[in-house]
Design a protein around this ligand. Structure first.
Ligand code: KG4
Ligand code: ZN
Length: 366
């Protein structure tokens, strides 16, 4: 077996926001994945405090790295021989937070002599649908199939046409808040803890999605693939001003269910429109919000109705993790597509600089 047709063994670090993560994969098979969440640190501030995030990444990095190496059954002093490459999230994210992972990865690259791939965080999320545990049966996929990706996280809401690794066309994005941000801000308005997404998800399951008629923004123009969630957040605030804070669990669940339905309706309608427009057979939903049960169910129903294939990440890999970064790094390494680490807070997935780097060889392929 040559270096090009076996799955690459890659260790990755991820520290773009409030999760410090390290993982080792072989292709898309996860040998180990360790995530240290800072949710408790930021919860009392109602959102991520960048300076605190950097400091906690510094504390968490070494134990997380050691944990991932041990979990994979590897030895720290033999990483240079037991791995093919390293990968690290270098964009987009909080600069101070990214810096911690990037510098640690640079140090590891120096110590081991392994090549280091800079990976775009959202490219990592694209790979989350392919991840599987080592004890899971079935064939392993290494390549991204052609699909319409719905990227929904705390910082992004994007529709991206994926034709393969490195071939990404941004079709539409949010003009203001990201979907996850809307969940978090509405939760705050309702006096719920950060992050609000999972809490609203749970409450919504007990509520009536038609109890309050919240707006579905930008649905009037056919072919408009942009999103806006700021108005929906204001509509929830106005509702609370008018009728007061929900005074029972049922009333709270009704507001949550109605808000969630408004987000889900827009995401499903626009993703389906984009899929039809570009004649795409698959929709993949990825990012933290992909864990939402209402969203997953609505896409499953749409897939059955319209006859497309729907895929999403296993729940464990919807939120930020390093396994998805490692899988993206493994796919790039297999092709010999090395992009040098370039720390940036706001690079888009279809940035021509990232696409151009697709052609730069690592020596792994001729
Ligand atoms: O991808 P992610 O872990 O981090 C970013 O890259 O932003 O996404 C985090 C976001 C948060 O806004 C969180 O509230 C949201 O994902 N989220 C959810 C759910 N689980 C996490 N939103 C809705 N329903 C969920 N079950
Ligand atoms: Zn993310």
């Amino acid at each position: 077996m040559t270096a090009t047709d076996r799955p690459m063994r890659v260790l990755a670090l991820e520290s773009s926001c409030d999760e410090t993560a390290c993982a080792i994969v072989e292709g898309c098979t996860v040998l180990s994945s360790v995530v240290a969440s800072q949710v408790e640190v930021h919860a009392r501030f109602g959102g991520v405090v960048p300076e605190l995030a950097s400091r906690h990444h510094l504390d968490a990095l070494a134990p997380v790295l050691r944990g991932a190496v041990e979990q994979a059954g590897l030895r720290f002093d033999e990483l240079g021989e037991s791995l093919d490459a390293l990968a690290v999230t270098d964009c987009p994210g909080l600069v101070g937070a990214l810096l911690v992972g990037v510098q640690a990865a640079r140090g590891l690259a120096l110590a081991t002599g392994l090549p280091l791939h800079g990976v775009h965080h959202m490219e990592g999320h694209l790979f989350s649908t392919l991840l599987r545990r080592a004890d899971q049966g079935g064939a392993e996929a290494h390549e991204l199939p052609e699909h319409l990706a719905v990227l929904v996280s705390g910082g992004h809401t994007e529709l991206v046409l994926v034709r393969g690794l490195g071939d990404y066309t941004l079709l539409g994005a949010t003009r203001d808040d990201a979907a996850g941000e809307a969940f978090d801000k509405v939760a705050k308005l309702l006096g719920l803890r950060y992050p609000g997404g999972p809490i609203i998800d749970r409450l919504a399951a007990e509520g009536d999605p038609e109890a309050v008629a919240f707006p579905r923004a930008m649905m009037n123009k056919k072919g408009n693939l942009e999103f806006s969630f700021a108005g929906l957040k204001t509509a929830v605030a106005t509702h609370i001003e008018r009728v007061g804070q929900p005074d029972s669990r049922q009333a709270l669940a009704d507001v949550c269910a109605s808000f969630q339905a408004a987000v889900v309706d827009v995401l499903v309608a626009k993703a389906c429109a984009a899929r039809r427009l570009h004649d795409c057979a698959r929709i993949h939903v990825v990012g933290g919000v992909a864990a939402n049960r209402g969203l997953r169910a609505a896409f499953e129903a749409a897939a059955a109705r319209e006859g497309f294939t729907f895929a999403t990440a296993p729940l464990a890999y919807c939120g930020d993790n390093a396994a998805m970064i490692a899988a993206a790094g493994a796919a790039r390494h297999r092709r010999g597509w090395l992009r040098a680490v370039e720390l940036s807070s706001s690079t888009s997935l279809d940035d021509p600089i990232l696409a151009a780097a697709a052609g730069v060889g690592t020596g792994a392929t001729p």
